[in-house]
Design a protein. Sequence first.
Length: 148
Amino acid sequence: MWKSLLAWLLLTAGTAAAAEPAVEVRALYERLAAAQNEHDLAAVRPLLVDSPTFLWVSDGQSFWGADAVLARMASFQQAEVWRVEPDLARAVPVVVGPDVAYLHLPLVLVIGRAAEPDRLRFLVSMLAVNRGQGWKVAALFTTSQKVP
């Protein structure tokens, strides 16, 4: 009986530990999306890894470092309407290790004039890392979503 109980405890402890990064990475993305939708780039900055190797691939272009990424976000937010509508129900976490994970999800970017904003479908993959100071975004990869 003790062996069975010990085996069960080890199994469930391992599952909980593996699930934690997935939960944390999803929460990180939710904070990022909320800050973007509030046009609060000051709230976005601490969510990003402070490194010149931070990467955002957007519209087939590479933007390196938090300053370049925030400048790019600021340029988009000049539109009358700019917000992301992530499909969190379809978000898929990919845990690479205890301190590294991706979150992949579709979203709609609503951008343009208030009277007739465009609704652009994207796929987003966010690489997140935990370097002992909590989870942060290390890279964002966006591409247009092809709809069959």
